[in-house]
Design a protein around this ligand. Structure first.
Ligand SMILES: *[C@@H]1O[C@H](CO)[C@@H](O)[C@H](O)[C@H]1NC(C)=O
Ligand SMILES: *[C@@H]1O[C@H](CO)[C@@H](O)[C@H](O)[C@H]1NC(C)=O
Ligand SMILES: *[C@@H]1O[C@H](CO)[C@@H](O)[C@H](O)[C@H]1NC(C)=O
Length: 764
């Protein structure tokens, strides 16, 4: 027995020695030594490999919701072809636990358990003489946190500050809550603390910092938590800088010249971050930037990817100089290719940002710099291995920004947010790098958190009702909801009267839809007309209160001059019985010559109608769009409006339309029309029956502005919607809304009534 086991042992040693030698040999010959999938399985879950079985690959464990991988979250493939940590049989998915809630003071928890697992429900009550604040019932959630807020049992002690409580899993030192009193927190066992470990009671009656929480290594922030906390904070920063709805010119100028928002973004692309995670942060940043562009505030951006080096996407100085635009930055971000990066130098990131700030300060002077707000947003796992700790650099940045600020508000001028991404987060190194007031600045994300969508929800459009034309210019999926978010102003008009008709329209105010006058007969009554706008689930059909065609619209006006049907002034406003509910799916489009449209176009100060028109219809061929009915819901048609020199030849085709015997096309196509169609230079789409009344629009960053309205065409090439190309001679004529402003203003801008809130039109 003894000898045979010795022989086996020798054979084993010999075998592995040989394998190692072979492996070294292979490496010398540029052949990889692979790890194997032996014994790495996880009970109850699965794993993914970041670089197959190659060295440097990471084997990451995944468990169903409410479970976490134990004892390891991942293994790394070593150059020797072995896993670190070594495979072991007991790798499994364990049920998520929540931190111990029985730490509550002056109260008790039912049930009293040794451990609390996901879905366990607890209730809280206080001892006699104490009152409960916070949640009286809490559930252990799959992300390792308790639902609701920390329950606190306190009695009125006459202290300046309220009892700050003891979060689950924590212990607190300090039981007096007078001015300058301190409380200190620690987390027990293998929990670690997120938030403020020390809080001081201030004169104001509030504690400094934010309530701490105890996290397990698997505890993470859900998309909803991130969007509420970060979204709330960034909205706050933006709305602080955004002038109120009744825009005072003076304030806009002050903001554009003095109060400046600088946003510095860094994304980790070092080897410990997977490609998916790089994509996640980069897509999230693109979404965030697009969202922010819908505000009047235009921040300056510094954006970098980093590993041991900095790859700068945009230098903030170029922003200050106006030599780059948001859209070019988004292009660059989307085009970015990660190439063999090694190491992680987080300090270099902060040093780069520090240099940029110093430059801005030197160039603009101390006084101007005082008006700058700075927001740093970092995506990383914090696994830096070069350049030392960034903490001293962060301190220097704080000093630079806080200098000369009054102590009470200085924290508002610098926010540092850290989004923890990656399989293993270095929480202790990352947390101290955050800065700013108003809640959480440190977020732990799970590998599958949809940050892109989270950031999309961040800026809650229902709170920014004033923003006409705000939309999402991408479609996650080609479904109805995505279409509504892209064209939140679209409306479908149905006329039942003597000659039933289907038209399109656009929501131009919460209770007004703009469409074509020719959709109606004189005999049509409001009850014969319905408008479909899906502003909330189950509510699509809207009742009509009043239809007002343009007073000058008269289809027979030029019969004598050889124009059987004359469509000048072919617009009508439909007033709805009730205002629609504004949301990301339902929102008015911007129309010419309103103050809101000037804001959307970022025309600061006293702008004019003419400035708007020059910006929107400036070249001799202007790219415009309109919608057509097609599954799902609508499709967008692309056309070029022929302006200036190109206009005459475009409108000459009007003479080929049936019913026109006149020889001068301008008799049918007055200056009120935009002309599209043809195949010269670009094969335009052509309007179909049923497209009439729809908006002819143009996007300006995240905002949509209606410049025209589909009216009539020379040929009927399609009878029921859909994408259809123009032929050489077919032309469409759209009412140019810039020519219809007095009519729009007389109704939409009428402040002599109490029925609806009037739009603010420019004075000239
Ligand atoms: C708590 O959750 C565990 C795991 O699901 C379950 O076995 C236990 O019965 C629950 N206890 C209570 C009191 O709900
Ligand atoms: C803005 O900056 C200018 C100098 O550039 C200064 O004259 C003005 O007072 C500043 N405005 C405010 C409101 O601080
Ligand atoms: C990352 O995004 C790029 C472009 O969006 C895409 O080509 C690439 O496949 C993505 N990579 C992963 C791992 O999803």
């Amino acid at each position: 027995m003894v000898s045979s086991s010795r022989i086996n042992m020798e054979a084993f040693v010999h075998w592995s020695w040989l394998a190692a030698l072979l492996c070294l040999f292979c490496m010398g010959g540029e052949v990889r030594c692979d790890c194997t999938e032996e014994n790495v399985q996880i009970n109850g879950g699965y794993y993914t490999l970041t670089k197959k079985l190659d060295q440097g690959s990471k084997l990451v464990y995944h468990c169903p919701e409410g479970y976490y991988p134990h004892p390891h979250f991942y293994r790394a493939c070593q150059p020797s072809g072995t896993w670190d940590p070594e495979p072991a049989a007991q790798q499994q998915c364990k049920l998520v636990q929540c931190p111990n809630p029985t730490v509550i003071k002056n109260g008790f928890v039912t049930p009293h358990l040794e451990r609390y697992f996901v879905s366990n429900v607890t209730t809280y009550a206080c001892h006699a003489g104490y009152a409960l604040r916070g949640s009286s019932s809490r559930t252990c959630l799959p992300n390792g946190k308790w639902s609701g807020r920390t329950p606190i049992c306190s009695h009125d002690s006459g202290n300046t500050c309220a009892d700050p409580g003891v979060p689950p899993g924590a212990s607190r030192r300090g039981d007096t809550f007078g001015v300058d009193d301190k409380v200190k927190y620690a987390c027990s066992g293998d929990l670690f603390l997120v938030g403020s470990s020390e809080r001081v009671c201030q004169d104001s009656g509030y504690w400094t910092g934010t309530e701490p929480a105890c996290y397990y290594k698997y505890t993470h922030d859900t998309a909803l938590e991130v969007s509420e906390a970060f979204g709330g904070a960034i909205m706050d920063t933006l709305t602080k800088l955004q002038p109120p709805d009744d825009v005072q010119t003076e304030r806009i100028i002050r903001i554009s010249q003095n109060g400046t928002l600088n946003i510095y973004i860094a994304m980790d692309i070092s080897p410990s971050i997977t490609e998916d995670e790089v994509n996640m942060s980069s897509n999230a940043v693109v979404t965030l930037i697009k969202k922010i562009t819908s505000f009047v505030v235009s921040p300056n951006y510094e954006i970098v990817f980093f590993s041991s080096k900095i790859h700068e996407v945009v230098n903030i100085v170029d922003f200050l100089d106006g030599t780059v635009t948001v859209s070019s930055v988004i292009d660059d971000l989307e085009k970015f290719q990660r190439a063999g990066h090694t190491g992680t130098n987080l300090n270099l990131v902060f040093k780069t940002f520090e240099e940029r700030m110093a430059f801005i300060k030197q160039r603009g002077g101390d006084e101007r710099f005082k008006e700058h707000r700075h927001v740093i947003i970092l995506f990383t796992d914090g696994a830096y291995n070069m350049g030392g700790s960034p903490a001293p650099t962060v301190e220097r940045i704080k000093n630079m920004v806080y200098m000369n600020q009054n102590d009470g508000s200085r924290d508002e001028f610098l926010d540092i947010y850290v989004f923890g991404i990656g399989t293993v987060l270095y929480d202790d190194d990352l947390q101290p790098l955050t800065a700013g007031t108003g809640g959480h600045h440190y977020f732990r994300l799970k590998y599958d958190t949809n940050l892109h969508e989270t950031f999309d929800e961040i800026i809650d459009e229902s709170k920014v009702v004033g923003l006409c034309g705000l939309h999402r210019d991408y479609e996650l999926t080609d479904d109805r909801v995505s279409k509504q978010k892209r064209y939140p102003w679209m409306a479908f008009v149905f006329v039942q009267g003597e000659s039933p008709k289907k038209c399109l329209g656009s929501l131009v105010a919460p209770n007004f839809v703009l469409t074509a006058a020719h959709c109606f007969q004189f005999t049509d009554l409001p009850k014969d007309v319905t408008v479909e706008i899906e502003d909330r689930p189950g509510s699509r059909v809207k009742k009509v209160k009043k239809i007002t065609p343009h007073p000058n619209y008269n289809v027979k006006a030029r019969v004598d001059q050889g124009v059987a049907e004359f469509y000048d002034f072919d617009i009508a406003l439909i007033q709805l019985e009730e205002a629609v509910q504004i949301s990301s799916q339902t929102r008015p489009i911007c129309i010419p010559c309103t103050q809101e449209t000037s804001n959307a176009l970022k025309l600061s100060g006293a702008s004019t109608c003419q400035q708007q028109e020059e910006l929107l219809l400036k070249t001799h061929r202007e790219r415009l769009s309109f919608l057509t009915r097609a599954a799902p819901l609508v499709q967008e048609k692309g056309v070029f409006a022929k302006l200036g020199d190109s206009r005459n030849s475009c409108i000459s085709k009007a003479l080929m339309a049936p019913g026109i015997t006149a020889t001068d096309p301008r008799l049918a196509v007055t200056d009120s029309f935009l002309c599209t169609g043809g195949i010269n230079g670009h094969r335009d789409h052509i309007a179909c029956k049923g497209d009439a009344g729809g908006a002819v629009f143009k996007n300006y960053e995240q905002r949509t502005i209606q410049v025209g309205l589909v009216s009539w065409g020379t040929q009927e090439l399609c009878s029921s919607g859909g994408l259809k190309d123009s032929n050489e001679d077919s032309r469409d004529f759209h009412i140019n809304l810039f020519r219809m402003v007095p009519f729009l203003k007389s109704i939409l801008g009428n402040d002599d009534q109490d029925d609806y809130a009037p739009l603010k039109f420019l004075s000239d």
